[in-house]
Design a protein around this ligand. Structure first.
Ligand SMILES: CSC[C@@H](O)[C@@H](O)C(=O)COP(=O)(O)O
Length: 363
């Protein structure tokens, strides 16, 4: 049995409430775009691909229940309105904005056809959202396999095993399934070439300790949890072959926004000569932004840093700065950017993807 963040069948969407993990596994029904927006904002569902999938599928569920219209043009306008709400939930990951644009375009194209009907536009949008779920799973499996082979060829050409350090949660819980960086770890394990995985706690929201550790135990992958502040000593003493992280947005020059703490991991990796990889589907790439300076970084509420599970741990009265993400400059991404279309250096990325990847942006 595989871990599922998202359970979908036509007309029905459920998400695993990730705020309750690892203590409780409870699914919650999402019947509308508004409910999806609230779940994404509250981080009941999180991770760039999963955010986009839940957003789009919540719209599919509303459409299946008959919302929007009457007539094809009114339905297209309804779809656009709902998508622009979803894009506002969390700004840094590009996946929701790109998915929104692709859904809105699909709706508009259907409505422009000779003899277009409301039913046909409705069906087109629903099918398009459903296809995204299948596509994400396929992309992740490909990322896992490409990344595993790339790393093994470089770090263990003689056939040995590798040890990987990862950050945040990039697994089945953050995607349609399998995962991106965690997908590479999963593939290495399947090949019997993974010596060990280290996962960081990922303060302040502890996605590593709560979610990645949960997935690694669930999959019976040999793994150890470390505090974020132990990454340097782990690289110095534990034989780390590579650091592999996910991405919320990779821009044209290869600069990458990912969970806060990624940037310092990349610096530490460079110091120790450990290759640093980003694993992300092309749906996380935004060639419309030239450098990481252009990425909007989400600021999360201060209580996520000062409290754990509602219990105050920081001194009352202290000021708080809590950006959810940081940007790793491309020159620190020394291993490569692993996508479903190949493993690229940051310098190769733009040319490799530009034929097929539009710039980011909403509907
Ligand atoms: C495959 S998920 C890649 C990234 O989205 C992940 O590393 C991350 O930064 C998630 O942040 P989160 O704030 O939990 O949504």
């Amino acid at each position: 049995m595989a871990l599922e963040a998202i359970r979908y069948s036509r007309g029905s969407l459920q998400i695993l409430d990730q705020l309750l993990l690892p203590q409780q596994s409870r699914y919650e029904a999402v019947g509308s775009v508004q409910q999806a927006w609230e779940a994404i904002r509250a981080m009941k569902v999180r991770g760039a691909p999963a955010i986009a999938l839940v957003g789009c599928l919540s719209l599919a569920v509303e459409l299946q229940a008959g919302a929007g219209g009457p007539g094809p043009a009114a339905l297209v306008a309804f779809v656009r309105d709902k998508l622009s709400v979803l894009v506002s939930a969390r700004p840094t990951a590009v996946n929701m904005a790109r998915a929104a644009r692709s859904l809105a375009d699909a709706a508009a194209r259907e409505a422009e056809k000779e003899g277009a009907t409301e039913a046909a536009v409705r069906e087109r949008v629903i099918c398009h959202a459903e296809d995204m779920l299948d596509q994400d799973l396929r992309d992740n499996q490909r990322i896992g396999d490409l990344g595993a082979h790339h790393l093994l060829e470089r770090a263990a050409p003689g056939g040995g095993k590798v040890t990987v350090l990862t950050h945040c949660n990039t697994g089945a819980l953050a995607t349609a399934g399998y995962g991106t960086a965690l997908g590479v770890i999963r593939s290495l394990h399947k090949l019997n070439r993974l010596e060990h995985a280290f996962c960081t706690e990922t303060r302040p929201y502890n996605q590593g300790a709560r979610l990645t550790a949960f997935e690694l135990v669930f999959e019976q992958i040999p793994a150890t949890l470390i505090a974020d502040s132990m990454a340097a000593v782990a690289m110095a003493r534990k034989g780390v072959s590579a650091v592999i992280v996910g991405a919320d947005r990779v821009v044209a020059n290869g600069d990458t926004a990912n969970k806060v703490g990624t940037y310092q991991l990349a610096i530490v990796a460079k110091h120790h000569g450990v290759p640093f990889y980003v694993a992300a589907p092309s749906s996380s790439c935004d060639l419309g932004l030239q450098t990481g300076r252009d990425i909007v970084i989400e600021e999360r509420p201060g209580h996520e840093l000062t409290e754990i599970n509602g219990v105050r741990i920081a001194a009352p009265g202290i000021g708080v700065w809590n950006p959810a993400f940081d940007v790793t400059p491309h020159e620190l991404i020394t291993g490569g950017i692993i996508t479903e279309r190949g493993v690229f250096t940051p310098e190769e990325l733009r040319a490799a993807l530009s034929a097929t990847i539009p710039s980011g942006g909403g509907p």
